[in-house]
Write a protein that binds this ligand. Sequence first.
Ligand SMILES: Nc1ncnc2c1ncn2[C@@H]1O[C@H](COP(=O)(O)OP(=O)(O)O)[C@@H](O)[C@H]1O
Ligand SMILES: [Mg+2]
Length: 350
Amino acid sequence: MRRHLHVVLIYNACRGAAPEMPEDNGSTDELRKFVRHLARVIRRLGHRVTLLPLANDLMKFQRRLTRLRPDVVFNQYDDVVHGALYEMRVAALVRMMGFPMTGSSALALGLCRYKYMAISLLQGAGLPVPPDSRMIERIGDVDRHHWKFPAIVHPAQEHAGIGLGRESVVHSARAMRDQVRTILREYRQAALVQRFLPGREFNIGLLGGQRVRVLPFAEVNYTKLPPELPPIMSYAAKWLTNSVEFKKTSVICPSAVEPKLARRISRLAIDAFRAVGGWGYGRVDIRLDENQQPHVLEVNCNPCVEEGVALARSALAAGISYPRMLQMILEAALERPPFDVDVPMLPALR
Ligand SMILES: Nc1ncnc2c1ncn2[C@@H]1O[C@H](COP(=O)(O)OP(=O)(O)O)[C@@H](O)[C@H]1O
Ligand SMILES: [Mg+2]
């Protein structure tokens, strides 16, 4: 790989591009701070970095990207404003222009947001997923199935804990109908309903291209959570710093897992990541059922790459520093997924 690259760091500058509430730690300002820090660290690796925000002017974005002619685009475009399709649309645009891009392809990014599709695909690939996973588009459809409780009701096209709260884990068909109604009306999307798995929960970080590396496991610790609250990574647990959920939920990394189970979890994480077409870096959420059997909850193809938390924390537990992790992400982008052809549709500059 060339030592000095021109990296264009793209991100969503739309107001509300990160979940935003008064006590949130995920505000737009935080996002800007993070992006600037990311750029500084990549510069220290010896690369040239240009920040390229995208808010609403796609044509301007495309013109600027055309002029910048990056060696690689560092993709931090995350979208909770326009809906689940936009991450994949932006990624597709970059690749159609012929630029290498960090992380996963448009298709994989789309799949990760369409949870029912991803779960169905993983199930089709023979991987264990939560039982009774169904998409519900009308409240009446709840009664077409025989459910085992507890179950969990998610929005079918979200991420970042959006739409997951105290009412999401349900113990009766009636409570399920109420929660499905909330998702349909307030989140304007279908609900994904599945069996609630009560066991240990792990976030498995993955790093690399063809030779993907499983990082030390992170485990969510719910033991301090009051028993009346459901043990889930809800919106509050992820973002609302003043909530009980946030204060009483922590992450242990590295977490101790007996070797046989650890091998199964590692294999499962890689297989799930590959099945959805993930590349470069990712995080697979896995949870054990009541018999200690692991199941894939979801594959995150665009996980948080902030310093000191999540993927970066797992990398550090493997002795991979933050700058080194970013360098590995860039290297995987230049390595390219197999069979990825470039036919740039890039106009000549006038
Ligand atoms: N079937 C399930 N059984 C148990 N817990 C679940 C299940 N599905 C989701 N959860 C809990 O909800 C959290 C968020 O769900 P997830 O599918 O990972 O969505 P998000 O994209 O919001 O992270 C998980 O981290 C887990 O704590
Ligand atoms: Mg998750």
